[in-house]
Ligand binder design. Structure first.
Ligand code: GLU
Length: 488
């Protein structure tokens, strides 16, 4: 382990969404790549919006992707507590605010909302960007004392020192300078005596020894304020890396308007954690060798912050679905069964269980090429749940030609004579039918598929036939041959 300490600091004000998960993922990968410690910090100071169930949802999303944290509320660690409400109760923020007050970097502000609104309106009328006038800075210690005694509500504000522009040295975006006069004195402690976001983050990053901050680009305008606070409090300023925004197909910031953004929804739709992991890594990063399908280890070995792009990354569900399909096809039969099982409808599950374990597992494996997402499984597995009546009704719906009858009866003759019932045996038997009839693969496979399953497309043919079983297939072929002869 290196001395580096990273943190993932979600606010539990909503369910985990794709953007926040991407931030967690990049922190996790970067931590693994450089051997850093990764801290989970729950930023729950917004009491009105923070909820325990959202924290649970965030944890479930992290667990689903296997993004283990080294320290955190449930992991423990020597730099806790790891929830801001608990840190507030211990007086951490108050102590830091008092220090800044003592050092003259902060002051009490008794301005009301109405006062501030008026200042804002004046700035607007004068067409200048609004920054707080800082008038409460001029209050004498005895004025402040009197107002405190009179219990007038107050905030604690940071007094932005004059000086050259604040330089954010961003690992991804390069140097960005912020004019101090446009930053304006900002709130450290709100009137309800809870810390502001900018203040709590700096106190925590400072106290927790965070060395690298990797987060979304939406926080970039907060960074100069935080740098000033780190410096005033005497903490080492961490390195910053701001990840590009995730965009919808119309290039605006990804939102519900573009479809599902919640991680739980992707899981429910049948996306595999490994595919989501791989896909999210490509949102704003690419490997130097252009490889796209990568295991976690391959990503860890290739990852550098320098290769993270500056421009927004478009979230393309079609590509995610494609990638998910690739991951599905790489599963072993056992893995696929484990993943598909929770998505089976009762009807399909009962029908498959009746086949016995080997054929149950083989049935699920036989549809691997048909699935983009796991929820697709039921429609493709329906062939195994279909009873004889529905099967014949389907078969009757097709108009077979003369060559179809040749293919089906040749197949019938061969399948009846098989003494060993194996998938490879069935494959070579079908190859024999192709040669014997001289019809070519397509003209043999399709009628056999329809005759056996009632469907024009579906699972691997030889596997399908093996799973249906020799007696069922032989009976069905006899029925179809009789049907076709009676029609012709
Ligand atoms: N709690 C902040 C958020 O969820 C992140 C803070 C940070 O990374 O600095 O947006």
């Amino acid at each position: 382990m290196s001395e580096s300490r990273l943190r993932f600091a979600p606010s539990p004000t909503g369910n985990l969404h794709i953007g926040t998960l991407r931030t967690a993922l990049f922190n996790w990968i970067y931590a693994k790549a450089i051997g850093a410690t990764l801290v989970l910090r729950i930023e729950d100071t917004d009491l009105a919006r923070s909820q325990v169930e959202f924290e649970t949802n965030i944890n479930q999303g992290l667990d689903w992707l296997g993004l283990t944290m080294d320290e955190g509320p449930s992991q423990g660690g020597g730099w806790g507590p790891y929830r801001q409400t608990e840190r507030n109760e211990l007086g951490f923020y108050k102590a830091h605010a008092d220090r800044l007050l003592q050092l003259g970097y902060a002051y009490h502000c008794f301005c009301t909302e109405a006062d501030l609104d008026q200042e804002r309106a004046t700035a607007e009328a004068e067409k200048r960007p609004y920054v707080y006038s800082g008038r409460c800075k001029a209050l004498s210690p005895s004025d402040v004392q009197d107002k405190r005694v009179a219990q007038i509500p107050f905030t604690v504000k940071f007094s932005v020192p004059t000086g050259p522009p604040v330089r954010v040295k961003d690992v991804i975006r390069g140097d960005i300078d912020f004019d101090r006069s446009l930053i304006g004195d900002f709130v450290l402690v709100k009137s309800d005596q809870t810390p502001s976001y900018n203040f709590a983050v700096v106190v925590d990053d400072g106290m927790m020894g965070i060395t690298d901050v990797v987060r979304g680009e939406d926080h970039i305008s907060n960074t100069p304020k935080q740098i000033l606070l780190f410096e005033s409090l005497g903490y080492v300023v961490p390195k910053f890396a701001h990840l590009p925004m995730i965009l919808g197909p119309d290039k605006s910031k990804l939102s519900k308007r573009h479809g599902a953004t919640g991680v739980t929804e992707y899981r429910a739709q049948g996306f595999l954690a490994d595919a989501v992991f791989n896909y999210l890594m490509l949102l704003g990063w690419s490997s130097a060798d252009g490889k796209e399908l990568m295991t976690r280890d391959e990503i860890i070995h290739r990852f550098t912050l320098e290769r993270v792009s500056k421009s927004g990354a478009v979230f393309d569900v079609a590509k995610l679905r494609w990638m998910n399909g690739q991951y599905i096809r790489r599963q072993t039969p056992t893995e696929l069964l484990t993943h598909v099982r929770p998505y089976l409808s009762d009807r399909v599950r009962v029908a498959l269980e009746a086949l016995g374990f080997d054929r149950f597992q083989a049935a699920i494996y036989s549809v691997r090429d048909n699935l983009d997402v796991l929820t697709d499984c039921n429609s493709f597995l329906e062939v195994y749940a279909m009873d004889a009546d529905s099967w014949i009704a389907q078969v009757r719906g097709y108009s077979f030609g003369a060559t179809d009858l040749t293919a089906i009866s040749t197949f019938h003759a061969h399948v009846r004579g098989m003494t060993e019932w194996t998938v490879t045996g069935i494959e070579s038997m079908i190859a024999t039918v192709v040669t014997e009839t001289g019809l070519g693969k397509g003209k043999v496979f399709k009628p056999i598929r329809i005759a056996t399953s009632g469907q024009p497309s579906g699972p691997h043919l030889a596997e399908l036939i093996w799973i249906l079983g020799q007696s069922v297939v032989v009976q069905r072929m006899a029925d179809v041959v009789a049907l076709l002869n009676s029609v012709n």
